[in-house]
Design a protein. Structure first.
Length: 470
């Protein structure tokens, strides 16, 4: 690729790696303040105050994970996630960033298939035939290229990732990487997949939930809640770390954020929980499922409270903008590759102008007109509680598509720009009125200085005379 880390960095890695590995091997027995102070020394502090608090909570959660995980999973977390992604990967990403002139993603999301045995109403995953899956060769090449850039953390979504025929071959071939999967849990309960995951160690499944039995079975089919419980029990017995993912709708928003639910899934063994705002995209978008602006602000308050009080690590990708400086899309911190090989800004921004069958991943990050148009607008608002270009500042998404000439990934992907345009605009105005006072109260002073990434990217993209060093 034409870029490598310096000899000084290699020496630092040679010294740092055994120290970090030793620290995490004894993690359950070391006081939390020593762990956090040590990691600050090696990783530095997060540039966003709220992000630093989240990282510290993540290290505290890891203590419990390491106490219960099987040896294969412990080894993969240390070697793949902490060392390869966190230490070596970060050094490599820093070197590549300096070389190309913009940040390299921390992770890559891949949806190798859009097939799924379930037909949940409102889901963005469309119906696809088996021959529509991403080829194994393309999937394998993509991960290899990403690792060369210092990316060792991959999120596998879909569709249902475990019905991709060669998914375990991917996990095994790239045994130096770490994979997090978003899954319905169907195959985990019915096949030997848990046993395979326990043996590999480098996979963390996150099982989709809607609430308890009534809510889950209503959307995912009768008996599905029992399958989720069975899957989680198998993972816990195999001592495999796992989590849940909950799609917050107008119907279940408060239920998903209840103490009762968090305690329930924590007791089942979940070490992490991710909340997703229901987005009106996909084959049959239902606007009435989108949480109201008031419900979203309620979720913001509850996620912060629950994260501070509960042992489980919780995150919300629409309410946690202050943790990461706003939207992560378009390669700023991550990108999404769909089953056709199209590289999209994010899972929910379903448009692209380049494909991995025609370009390397690095070429796409450097040359995509859609990515450049989005980066030029990031952050879309000074209020990082409004991080989403689709529903918070919707003109940014529409302008980026028009400016770049990007093609929509699916026939129904233009709903947000056409049929739902007025409703989304009203939502964004109402939400802004609610969250602006919260931003001013909780974050504005601490976040006054614009981060270096935004400054450098805006300078580059707004001034054609500024060139990236090749």
């Amino acid at each position: 690729m034409g870029c490598d880390i310096s000899m000084g960095t290699k020496f630092k890695l040679a010294v740092t790696t055994p120290i970090v590995r030793g620290l995490f091997k004894t993690l359950p027995y070391i006081p939390e303040d020593i762990v956090i102070n040590t990691m600050k020394r090696f990783y530095g502090e997060n540039s966003y105050p709220a992000g630093q608090l989240f990282i510290e909570k993540a290290f505290r959660t890891l203590k419990g994970v390491f106490k219960d995980a099987n040896p294969n999973c412990k080894r993969a977390i240390i070697n793949n996630m902490i060392i390869n992604e966190g230490v070596k990967g970060q050094q490599k990403r820093n070197a590549v960033t300096k070389w190309v002139g913009f940040d390299i993603p921390l992770l890559l999301v891949v949806s190798p298939t859009q097939r799924c045995p379930l037909r949940c109403y409102g889901c963005y995953a469309a119906e696809h035939a088996k021959d529509s899956d991403l080829s194994f060769e393309a999937f394998d090449k993509l991960i290899t290229e990403a690792k060369e850039m210092g990316i060792y953390f991959f999120v596998v979504s879909g569709g249902e990732p475990y019905i991709y025929d060669r998914i375990f071959e991917i996990f095994e071939k790239h045994s130096d990487a770490y994979f997090q999967t978003y899954t319905s849990g169907v195959t985990l309960a019915e096949k030997d997949h848990v046993e395979k995951i326990a043996k590999l160690g480098n996979v963390l499944p996150c099982i989709s939930i809607e609430g308890f039995e009534e809510e889950t079975d209503a959307r995912r089919g009768e008996g599905h809640f029992k399958r989720i419980e069975e899957s989680m029990a198998k993972l816990r017995d195999a001592r495999v770390p796992f989590g849940f993912s909950g799609t917050c709708t107008r119907e279940n928003n408060e239920k998903l954020l209840s103490d009762e639910l968090i305690d329930y899934y924590s007791n089942l063994g979940c070490c992490a929980g991710y909340f997703f705002q229901y987005m009106p995209i996909g084959r049959s978008p239902i606007w009435d499922l989108v949480p109201t602006p008031e419900q979203r602000m309620y979720r913001y308050d509850r996620v912060n409270k629950l994260r501070a009080e509960k042992p489980i690590l919780l995150a919300d990708f629409w309410c946690d903008g202050p943790l990461v400086g706003g939207c992560l899309a378009a390669g700023r911190r991550y990108a999404h590759v769909n089953n056709k090989g199209d590289v999209e800004p994010c899972v929910f921004a379903q448009a692209s102008d380049m494909n991995i069958s025609e370009h390397t991943f690095m070429e796409i990050l450097k040359e995509s007109k859609l990515f450049k148009a989005i980066r030029r607008r990031q952050p879309y608002s000074e209020n990082l509680l409004r991080p989403c270009m689709i529903i918070d500042v919707p003109e940014c998404w529409r302008e980026a598509i028009e400016e770049s000439g990007a093609k929509l990934s699916y026939k129904t992907a233009d709903n947000v720009a056409k049929e739902l345009k007025d409703k989304i605009k009203d939502f964004s105005i109402q939400y802004k009125e609610l969250c602006d006072p919260v931003w001013d109260r909780d974050y504005k002073v601490a976040y006054q200085k614009e981060n270096d990434y935004v400054t450098s990217m805006r300078k580059y993209f707004k001034d054609p005379a500024v060139e990236i060093e090749a």
